[in-house]
Design a protein around this ligand. Sequence first.
Ligand SMILES: O=c1ccn([C@@H]2O[C@H](COP(=O)(O)O)[C@@H](O)[C@H]2O)c(=O)[nH]1
Length: 291
Amino acid sequence: MSTTFGDRLEEAVTAYGPLCVGIDPHPQLLHRWGLDDDVEGLRRFGDTVVEALAGQVAIAKPQSAFFERHGSAGVAVLEHVLAMLREVGVLSLLDVKRGDVGSTMAAYAEAYLSDGSSLAADAITVSPFLGFGSLAPAFELADATGRGVFVLAMTSNPEGAQVQHARVAADAAGEGGGVTVAEEIVSAVTERNAEGGGSGRFGSTGMVVGATVGKDIADLGLAQALADSRGPLLAPGLGAQGADAGDIARGFGPALPLVLPSSSRGILAAGPAPAGLRAAVRQQAAELAGG
Ligand SMILES: O=c1ccn([C@@H]2O[C@H](COP(=O)(O)O)[C@@H](O)[C@H]2O)c(=O)[nH]1
């Protein structure tokens, strides 16, 4: 791809708005939609959601876990969903939260970020808790193929603070200690986007910052640093986890133009009729826009 992920994202968000819809085929949702909790149900769920989102949203976020729980046939449905999103022109952000030692990370990167892989998405989520540097193979391949990487920074679950608010130790030279893990990640992403992330609104390295963590952003004094990062900020937690449009506006403050608010169950509960899903998308988008 000749353009960067950040530029493609900016174009899509300008056309359709920032709302990201999660594709999470929970067993309870399959049941509620009158589908069996099997591979055929999964496929029909995926087809319906993609049909409903086409021409409505910039970006969709399939949750890998709900496909993986059906084994290799479920992963084949995930591949199908990724191909369909590509076909209808909705960017895919695969929520797969990978992270490993560098040599293994290179293999994950090939699976999700290389041209020609059946599991390739426009962007993926990654976990930096084996060290930010261990993610280098994913960043390198994403840059080379025009894809994006979203690094977990401040996750939407209450347990995340235990790790993400911890203070890092100084390096061997006695430098750099004392900042929180979250702050360290924001700085590393900012550096990446400054080095080679294009010049538009978004760089191609994003972060996951939950819609539920507005108070933590304030407590850690990170709102301006997030705004300066140029990282697209995936903000899950809207809807089913309790956050609303007001929480996002207040919590992110100056970083709001970078935020991709994300909702899965809050939208998917309006199915299975595509018209119902589209109405839920429109209502959520209007709330986010302050309407
Ligand atoms: O911090 C995080 C990171 C990822 N997620 C994922 O987002 C969706 C949320 O689903 P809802 O139904 O809207 O609650 C799900 O796939 C999570 O794994 C997150 O919630 N928080």
